[in-house]
Design a protein around this ligand. Sequence first.
Ligand code: ADP
Length: 159
Amino acid sequence: MRTAICPGSFDPVTLGHLDIIKRTARLFDKVVVLVVINTAKTPSFSAEERAEMLRTVTKDLPNVSVDVYDGLLVNYVKQHENSVIVKGLRAMTDFEYEFQMALMNRQMLGTTDTLFLTTSAEYLYLSSSAVKQIASFGGDFSRFVPAEIHDKIRDRLCK
Ligand code: ADP
């Protein structure tokens, strides 16, 4: 049984993330979407709120579960046998950072592999921070996020 771990901030989850999660769910027996704490970022939603939004938007995907981890990704991976990390890649800008992270994780835990799925073209420029920027100025961000969580994002961010 192969498990894919999809880590990220998901602050909040976008249709770009969901596309990667759905495609990963078709490739692996089990997928864990993991909300990790990135100390370099100040989130708009708590880790539990982000996990709750992820649970809402993945409720129809039977082999997908959501977890929160406040620690090093490699330690989480170590606890889950036969697992690989799966990440989405947008443009070259993601590549430099993700390549470095994948090599660091492999250096720390020799058995860790990271697989990359290229984004679908329509989500190439989509990021959580762009959604937050649009929402905070009252713009229409409905085509970028799952409909079920739209109002929660608007209520939190719209000034
Ligand atoms: P991070 O804090 O690692 O940047 P994010 O929540 O931004 O985490 O993203 C989690 C994962 O989803 C990362 O691998 C990121 O590259 C990927 N991702 C984010 N937005 C998109 C998108 N629009 N298309 C494909 N992958 C994406």
